[in-house]
Design a protein around this ligand. Sequence first.
Ligand SMILES: *Cc1c(COP(=O)(O)O)cnc(C)c1O
Length: 342
Amino acid sequence: MQIKKSLKTLHPYKPTNKRPNIKLDANESNNFLFNNTLTLKGIPLNLYPDSQSSSLKQRLSLLHGVDEESIMVGSGSSELIELVIKTYLNPGDTLLSIDPTFAMYEIYTTIHSGNYVKVPVDESYAIDMEQLTREAKHLNPSIIILCSPNNPTGERISKDAITTLLKSSESLVLVDEAYMDFTGEAHSMKHAVNTYSNLIVTRTFSKAYGLAGARLGYLFTSKNIIDDLSRVKTPYSVNALTQALGLEALKDSSKIFTHCKGVKIRREALKESLRDLGLVVLDSEANFLYVISNDARLKDKLLNYDIAIRAFEDTVPATYRISVGSEEENNALLTALKEVSL
Ligand SMILES: *Cc1c(COP(=O)(O)O)cnc(C)c1O
């Protein structure tokens, strides 16, 4: 028995099983939506769930002003991103993205035997959309994935730049808007799916909604793409409990708005405090900050204080992604950073 050729260079995905007290490494939120309100009553666990997630699509359609037929719900947006790659990437085809960005794009491309090409950010860590648009013309990739706001740098890509790309390229363009709730719906590309038949926009309940454990995401796209994806998607991938949770979560969107407003206020305060400590911190439109430091061991040092952050390279300068926590968590982080030598 031999593992598939495309998988030989892959390593298992190993999230640490230790959960530090202060978790600022995965951009989760606290569970502010459900305290004691949740009950299993009325959820028919003996039956297969609604494979279309129809009730959820109805609510999402109302919330976003996008036709139900242009929405697909998945078990986390990760399932949907891989579904797009499974459906449209032939072995050897090119998938174009940026660097650094969400690691799963490259992993899924590798699993499905594609050729992953990345356009690096410039010296100031800004996304170079002009270069990406040129590369797209030159390489004619099957798929282009843009993460906006980008994980981990926090930069939002302008709608104008994405529209220019859509107009000049025949590639399928997937815009991953996992953090758009923090930025504001006015910046979302969701309404452009009616205009551009090669556009997909993905969203998730894992970040702003604080439901990473429920595994729930969705996408907006043209009806033709929904038809294609429906041929490949595993039936019933979104379980009945998760669908019920999603419906409950959508009952009062003012809670999400209030939560995101608080995150943004704490993000700006944390950014200033980190800069006061001498760290280079990029502006961010998401619920995390990208930090550049001359200390390649910052992550390990903070673990001694029971604080987890995400590290990207063990080179100098080293780069880190820190989720915006509660006020207490952010203060604990700042106190610890003052103690470790920066
Ligand atoms: C967290 C994250 C996701 C994954 O979301 P799930 O819906 O939990 O699968 C997708 N894209 C980006 C950029 C993320 O940071």
